[in-house]
Design a protein around this ligand. Sequence first.
Ligand SMILES: NC(=O)c1ccc[n+]([C@@H]2O[C@H](COP(=O)([O-])OP(=O)(O)OC[C@H]3O[C@@H](n4cnc5c(N)ncnc54)[C@H](OP(=O)(O)O)[C@@H]3O)[C@@H](O)[C@H]2O)c1
Length: 219
Amino acid sequence: MNTENSGTEVAIIGLGKVGEAIATNLTKGNHTVILASRDIEKAQLLAAKLGGLAVAKDVAHAIREADVVIPAINFNSLKDFFQAYASELADKTVVNVSNPIAPDGNGGFKKIVGQGESAGQILSGLLPGSARLVKAFGTLGAASLRNEAFSKPGRKVLFYASDHASSNKQIEELITISGFEPLLVGGIDQSIRLEVFGDLHEFGGLGKTVTVDEARAKV
Ligand SMILES: NC(=O)c1ccc[n+]([C@@H]2O[C@H](COP(=O)([O-])OP(=O)(O)OC[C@H]3O[C@@H](n4cnc5c(N)ncnc54)[C@H](OP(=O)(O)O)[C@@H]3O)[C@@H](O)[C@H]2O)c1
């Protein structure tokens, strides 16, 4: 399958709130996506809803065919996911959307890793050696990802963090195609700033989504 725009094959694994939002935005931007879920029927249903730019595959085939893999699954499941698909993930750009949080029992959320730790940094150490982890796409809440793509006037920013210059062009193209403005914050050690409670997160220091001019002042 050839992508319409960037030439990058994208696989989204896990089709909950975030996976569906990313898939929807990419196809709205006229980009093809490979969809995978533990339940192939879920992927087939979403592919049918999104139309001809989306195709459903089983998880292993989706990863093998992709250049960029976006596991839109919970932080606590990602370690097992990386182990289960270690050989398929070799040499891929893997996008970490996860926030290391859980309900706090009072209607809010609490961090489930140390205060100074981030999902991005922890997970970059768990990936198979030749895969490249980039923190991106999950840096807004699902509702903003869904509702603020292609916003006018002034696109909203999706921050990202990466240690891999060779992946950055792919990520920036995909963020742009999905209706946002990409802004690199720094290496993966900056992930904490982009996760919930971080100074560059809408559910942290920012308190809202931002345009590029607003974002540059903060970065
Ligand atoms: N919700 C938000 O506002 C938000 C914002 C930014 C980032 N995030 C992050 O995005 C990720 C997904 O969150 P979400 O809100 O979309 O969750 P969600 O709606 O609960 O969806 C999670 C999906 O992950 C799938 N899944 C779980 N374990 C899996 C595995 N081992 N292999 C394949 N698929 C698996 C589930 O599939 P099944 O249907 O098969 O169970 C489900 O479709 C999380 O890491 C979260 O921290 C969430």
